[in-house]
Design a protein around this ligand. Sequence first.
Ligand SMILES: *Cc1c(COP(=O)(O)O)cnc(C)c1O
Length: 366
Amino acid sequence: MLKRIDLSRDYRKHQAEYMEAVRAVCEETAFSGGKFADRFDEEFAGYCGVPYAAGVNNGTSALHCAMMALGIGEGDEVIVPANTYIATAWGVTYTGAVPVFADCTADTWEIDPASVRKKITEKTKAVIGVHLYGQPFAYREIKQIADEHGLFVVEDCAQAHGALYEGEMVGGLGELGCFSFYPGKNLYAFGEGGSVTCRKKEYFDAITTIKNQGCQVRYYHDVIGYNYRLEGLQGAVLSVSLKYLPEWTKRRREIGERYIREITNPLFTMQAHPANTSPVYHLFVVTVENPDHLIAYMEEKGMECNKHYPVPCHLQKAYRELGYQRGDCPNAEYLADHCVTLPLFPEMEEAEIQMVIDACNAYRGA
Ligand SMILES: *Cc1c(COP(=O)(O)O)cnc(C)c1O
């Protein structure tokens, strides 16, 4: 069975290097934060082309920290896309602010500037754009609206490490960029991890304090803090994988571009990739009339597929009290009802890529 993503291949290939990194951390017992976490922060900031990156314990915490650094809290609203992983909205909710869900466009599946404009109220403080599936959202259009209304733009980069928008790395476009290193993301830890990137030292200092129990000097707590530090072991592992990220990204692009060129079945619809962006194909999502039928068909042929995501945020039970209904974000709902994610990861072999393409082209529908 070809898995949708198989992390064991990378581990087997670079096992000695990963194990050496783990050993070095153990030798120095630099387990929580510390040297290896700090070194990764510097390397990751360099990779993203920003002055600061603050490593944290996961991407959800990164989003929470970003909201706190902007001073967002009770009484505020933050606009987020309805079609994203739920954690984009959690960061808002944790502060006491309210996530307001905007629809995506019908072709890029990214947050729709026209929908954002309609959702702005006098309580709106920020917009979180998500570079969904590794495809940068329409930053310029969102920024324009944000500037008109004095709003912050935050990037959720959890699926888009290394993606380019008008030649610039994501994570350095908005006020803050939030990354996840969850296993399966384009850059991943051996466990949980995340980072917040920014250009302003004041944000970096605020996040460093928040993630470290609210202190800059040990045992002197200036603000109510959290234990959101990046573990040393994860920092060391991430320093190894960061070296391979450009290679992995290249490979993801080759495979993604082949799918686009060679999957010609008219029953499939693919995400639009605007010319001013260079996506990183975190997930290769297509829409078809009957996704469960396609998933079963692919499974029978030995390929695992799944759905990202079957329920849009505004219709999740957790947010039922916000009062959204089916029909409020029709494009996001269509995507949830029709999406299928095909296998795509850097270590796929030629025969496997061809097998996915051939199976998709031979698919005749339900
Ligand atoms: C993975 C992901 C997150 C959350 O990251 P974790 O590290 O799992 O907490 C947030 N937003 C998006 C878009 C994601 O894909």
